[in-house]
Design a protein around this ligand. Structure first.
Ligand code: IPM
Ligand code: MG
Length: 576
């Protein structure tokens, strides 16, 4: 932008009031002409009788004003729309300064952005000035922005004021961006310090590569249901421009058959590098035939533990159309919507010592240890409280502190203390797990966020499946802590397991797995609207009668896994 310090040139008087931006530059001209080409069309309606035929009386057509650089105008100049072209056309005409009693607000600030100086003077002064211009032979004036003074055509001095920051910008020839860039070095300095202190804020920038999503179908019905998930993922890639890198690895028995390992090193590397894992299921009678050493470590538990997927979310929602599938009375489950927040990396699942040993008398003794630390409890409780804040503000924490006075006691105390310190807006209740199991089937609607430790969460979530109608319907998300690089490991799986009894028959319900991908869209890919779209499509498919065997009534025609996938895809198409 050209600097504005001192301007000398002819001034033209145009003492009409309310000159609006449409008069300054008509809308049809901004469609066909660009900045730099708008000068000929400035005040078009007043300047020309027909295209190119000038009206000689119009002030800017008079020879002495044709090259005016200063415009002296009536009240409320530049009112009307926010169109920046108004300022551009005046500049293109040759104006660099406008003097008026008042301006349209947006026009006024647009002037500074584009190197045009707007000066507000009291109305009587503007009128005097206009009269003086008309009377003097030489309409020439000088505007000095440094000294904030105007030298009129007769040599009088008029002082004016303006916004000090805008004045500085004009003097330096800078617009807002230019003014900000003056602090470029300081901004960069601050950012590099801030990037180290709060890396998560810069996450998007640093991970602007597309997200990697890894498919692990696993055992049993895993491959059948995941095939449907894959079709849904591909639909989002093709139709909703979902940008992800989709990969796939063999895992479990199929990997054993192909490579002689349940999870080979390459698969592990993929797991660690993935932004999200779409998991099918684990478990098969065939594990019984594997060498004991291969069976020693449960590979799913290994992933959970090594990726520190401590936070397991299991949403349970009753779909109106599925009320009849549940063994619970429709009025008990209708409208139920709860979230189980299960701790997934601690407790008896991982505690040591654990052993099974022979005793002297030939019998055996087995030990498992339930163990929790304050930090482990706090981080999962925090998640529950945060979720409650965006839900109904209620958390029910589950424990067995009347018997397991150590782990249960620590659980209850820690959750309560955290609530009292940081989440006073949340209403927290505590419930023994046995009572909770009963309450879940007696009156599930009393719950919103259910916070539980690992083993209780496993049991209660199967129990809550009856609230949703079928275990086949329930999705889950398992997430790790935020890493310093801003990423977060996450695994999405249906909670139903591998169902070996129906594996290979093509009749399993893929909806739990498909809904797990919806959670992936929401939590890992940052696309909540696409998640809603998918959940909506699943609900629509069901309400139109699509039923796999697990959710079919005797009068229903149960459809296959693949046909259920088709039904969801068809509904997705409808959302387009
Ligand atoms: C679940 C499953 C797992 C668990 C098994 C497969 C290890 O039942 O996710 O609920 O017990 O956590
Ligand atoms: Mg389970």
């Amino acid at each position: 932008m050209e600097k504005f310090e001192r301007l000398t040139g002819a001034a033209a008087p145009l003492m009409r009031i309310n000159i609006n931006t449409d008069i300054i530059i008509p809308i049809n001209r901004l469609i066909s002409y660009k900045r730099g080409e708008l000068g000929p069309w400035c005040f078009e309606a007043w300047r020309y009788a027909a295209e190119g035929v000038e009206i000689p009386e119009f002030v800017l057509n008079k020879p002495r004003y044709r090259h005016a650089k200063i415009l002296v105008a009536g009240d409320n100049f530049g009112c009307g729309s926010s169109r920046e072209h108004a300022v551009w056309s005046l500049s293109d005409f040759g104006f660099r300064c406008i003097i008026a009693p008042s301006f349209g607000d947006i026009f006024y600030w647009n002037c500074f952005q584009n190197g045009l100086l707007p000066i507000r003077l009291p109305e009587n002064k503007v009128k005097e000035l206009a009269a003086e211009i008309e009377l003097t032979e030489d309409a020439s004036m000088t505007i000095d922005l440094k000294t904030l003074s105007i030298a009129t055509p007769t040599g009088r001095e008029i002082a004016f004021t303006t916004d000090p920051e805008r004045r500085e910008a004009l003097l330096e020839g800078l617009d807002d961006i230019g003014m900000t860039l003056k602090f470029d070095a300081q901004i960069r300095n601050h950012q590099s310090r801030d990037r180290k202190a709060r890396p998560w804020i810069y996450r998007r920038e640093e991970t602007s590569r597309v997200a990697r999503v890894l498919i692990l179908a696993g055992d049993g019905i895993g491959s059948e249901i995941v095939a449907e998930v894959q079709r849904v993922v591909e639909w989002f890639m093709a139709k909703r421009r979902l940008a992800i890198e989709l990969r796939e690895e063999l895992f479990g028995i199929s990997a054993w058959k192909a490579y002689g390992e349940l999870m080979r090193k390459e698969t592990w590397d993929e797991i660690v590098a993935a932004d999200a894992i779409l998991f099918g299921a684990i478990g098969s009678p065939e594990y019984g035939q594997l060498p004991a050493a291969a069976r020693e470590v449960d590979q799913l538990l290994r992933i959970r533990k090594e990726l520190d997927l401590f936070c397991n979310l299991r949403p349970v929602r009753t779909l109106a159309a599925l009320r009849a599938c549940s063994t619970l009375r429709p009025d008990v489950i209708e409208g139920c919507d709860l979230m189980i927040v299960r701790e997934l990396c601690g407790g008896i699942y991982f505690g040591t010592p654990r052993a099974r040993e022979k005793l002297a008398d030939g019998s055996e003794r087995a030990v498992n240890t339930c163990m929790y630390t304050t930090a482990e409890i706090e981080r999962i409780a925090r998640t529950a409280f945060e979720l409650a804040r965006v839900r109904s503000g209620r958390v029910c924490s589950v424990d067995k502190s009347n018997v397991l006075t150590e782990t249960g006691g620590l659980w209850r105390d820690t959750v309560q203390t955290l609530r009292d310190r940081h989440y006073q807006d949340i209403s927290l209740s505590h419930m023994y797990v046995d009572n909770c199991a009963m309450q879940l089937v007696r009156a599930p609607k009393q719950f919103d966020v259910l916070l539980t430790e690992n083993l209780f969460g496993d049991i209660l979530s199967d129990c809550a499946a009856m609230v949703a109608g079928s275990l086949g319907m329930l999705p889950s998300a398992s997430m790790g802590p935020l890493r310093p690089d801003g990423g977060r490991h996450a695994l999405y799986e249906p909670i139903h397991g591998s169902a070996p009894d129906i594996a290979g028959k093509g009749i399993a319900n893929p909806l739990g797995a498909i809904m797990s991908f919806a959670l992936c869209l929401r939590y890992s890919l940052g696309l909540p609207q696409e998640a809603d779209r998918l959940e909506g499509a699943v609900a629509a498919a069901i309400s139109r009668g699509a039923r796999t065997a697990d959710i079919a009534q005797p009068r229903d025609n149960a459809i296959s896994t693949k046909t259920m996938g088709d039904a969801v895809l068809k509904e997705l198409e409808q959302t387009q």
